[in-house]
Design a protein around this ligand. Structure first.
Ligand code: G3P
Length: 280
């Protein structure tokens, strides 16, 4: 059996955040999407800076040299996604050789759009050209299975957004970072679910089981839309190969009241002889 090593990506397009996570020595990759790019551009404009999008993306790629960086297409048909995917890869991969093209598993805006397979076909075509693909907006294990079959390198189940969906479908109010139980949310006697998925972490776990059943090792399970450190832990327990985390979640991975309390006490108790030894 393959030894699964959890990898941590940062889900951000902000250079300062990517730098911070990278300099801590714990970063294994970067994921971006149009919403994250929008937030990064806004932050730059708010500081009065001009935005050269191409140069900005190149800076991210250089910063993360040696680590995969996902950049998303904007087209919503097979042809557009192939065109965008090739353009993204040809323009940006030469910078540091670390570009993954992000393709939505299904680019439809409605159920009967007639293009449910456009994402999968684009994944198959682009990956057959040697372009590594991160298949995004995955909300069911069967979407993940088809993406793996098409040759995606990563599949990205959106854990937090499944939890949002289950809560909002059942009239539960919540804040974005609120914890959602991995084993499901009990309302009265019943566990809430979305077509057999009881939480975002359950989605990650079901994909893991299916991939294990079929020996799928080329496609990595990248747990995305992770909102708090406990969910990051549970993604690891569920067998995610990778978790992509926003900076605030990365920061909070190391915080515990008793660690802080212990630090204060140990620091108070340093005797001069010990301090001298370490020249402090
Ligand atoms: O990686 C996907 C992510 O950016 C979506 O996160 O928190 O907006 O659902 P969120």
């Amino acid at each position: 059996m393959e030894v699964v090593k959890i990898r941590i990506f940062i889900d951000s397009s902000k250079l300062d955040e990517i730098k911070k996570a990278h300099s801590a020595g714990i970063l294994d990759g970067v994921t971006t999407n149009p919403s994250l790019i929008k937030a990064a551009v806004k932050a730059l404009k708010d500081r009065g800076e001009n935005v050269d999008m191409s140069g900005y993306i190149k800076e991210i790629l250089m910063l993360a040299k040696g680590l995969p960086v996902s950049l998303e297409v904007i087209g919503t048909t097979y042809d557009e996604m192939i065109e965008d995917g090739k353009k993204i890869y040809d323009t940006f991969n030469p910078v540091a050789g670390n570009v993954y093209v992000k393709i939505p598993v299904n680019p439809s805006f409605e159920e009967d759009s007639g293009k449910n397979f456009d994402g999968i076909m684009a994944i198959k075509e682009l990956s057959s050209m040697g372009i590594p693909i991160n298949c995004t907006l995955v909300f069911t294990p069967e979407q993940a299975l088809l993406a793996a079959k098409a040759g995606a390198s990563f599949v990205s189940p959106f854990a937090g957004r499944i939890d949002d969906y289950i809560r909002s479908q059942n009239g539960i109010e919540f804040n974005k970072s609120d914890y959602f139980p991995a084993d499901g949310y009990e309302q009265g006697e019943k566990i809430l679910e979305d077509n057999g998925i009881v939480s975002g972490i359950d989605l990650v776990g079901q994909i893991r089981v299916i991939f294990n059943n079929y020996g799928i090792t080329e496609t990595k399970v990248l747990a995305a839309s992770i909102r708090n450190p406990r969910q990051a832990r549970e993604a690891a327990l569920a067998g995610a190969d990778i978790a992509t985390l926003p900076m605030d979640v990365i920061d909070s991975l190391l915080v515990h009241y008793k660690t802080i309390e212990g630090m204060k006490k140990f620091t108070e108790d340093i005797v001069p002889e010990y301090a001298e030894l370490l020249e402090r």
